[in-house]
Design a protein around this ligand. Sequence first.
Ligand code: GTR
Length: 326
Amino acid sequence: MKHWKTMTAAFGLLAASAMTVQAADIVLRSSDTHPDGYPTVEAVKYLGELVKERSNGRIEIEVFHSAQLGQEKDTIEQTQFGVIDMNRVSLGPFNNIIEETQVPSLPYIFRSVDHMHKVMDGPIGQEILDAFSDHDLVGLVFYDAGSRSFYNRQKPVENMADLSGMKFRVMQSDLFVDMVNALGANATPMPYGEVYSSIQTGVIDGAENNWPSFESSGHFEVAGYYTLDEHLIVPEVLVMSKKSWDKLSAEDQALIRQAAKDSVPHMRKLWAEREAASEAKVREAGVKIVSDIDKTPFIEAMKPVYEKYVTSDKLKDLVARIQATE
Ligand code: GTR
């Protein structure tokens, strides 16, 4: 009887593994906080198509969107442990663990999205990606995230003084807490998934994000004022678990790296389309937009934040090189 049970179990296992072999040898589970259709989700799906095609069906990527695998901070830990193979996240939630990620997360460090592309597509971006490998992760590519601005449920914010005393949610990064506090407001770090109800119930006055996130999260339904101060141009990053990475052959690693690079132009195209569509939807919904804002006082107020975070020679050098990039 016991023997028979073992046999059945063995057959079951055999059948299961035969099925996986047929489907794909390797299935990489990838996490994203955003809903299906969001440019980051679609970019990783596209990457999955490239990888499947180029590996003749041996490797597949399964994208779990809508925070099905958890909120960003938790999924990052799970990626480090190898429970999640791949993760598309903002650089923000890495700030407290990977020093180098603080640099592109500094407020007003980039003069424009073009400036960010020039820097992050070049050797500086590569150095920042390389820094992930000391933290059980492999940095693959950066994706676009436009620029982030403040929105709130109370009033039109026309200048820095208007922010005084207001409560804003930030990503779970000390740097962003200090950024908001330096503007005279109060920062509340919390997971993305809790922001909608926190604004709705008045636990916080607002948050900050780009057009597509402001729109897709529905935050614009509860926060009717958006001020385009564009304090952050912080890119997204696609990472892999070092544990999952090390299980791949050198050829498969190269294949994934190349496909990830090839997904970037596609992502940028999707991003530009979604940014325009989200802006149109938010404007149509009647959100009051303050776009004519003097950024100088905001930039000035960030000096102590730079002094607090840009202390090591490594970060000072990165900041100087970014500022010198035309
Ligand atoms: C979005 C970003 C997400 C997440 C979110 C947040 O712009 O794409 O990865 O970081 O912001 O504010 O938590």
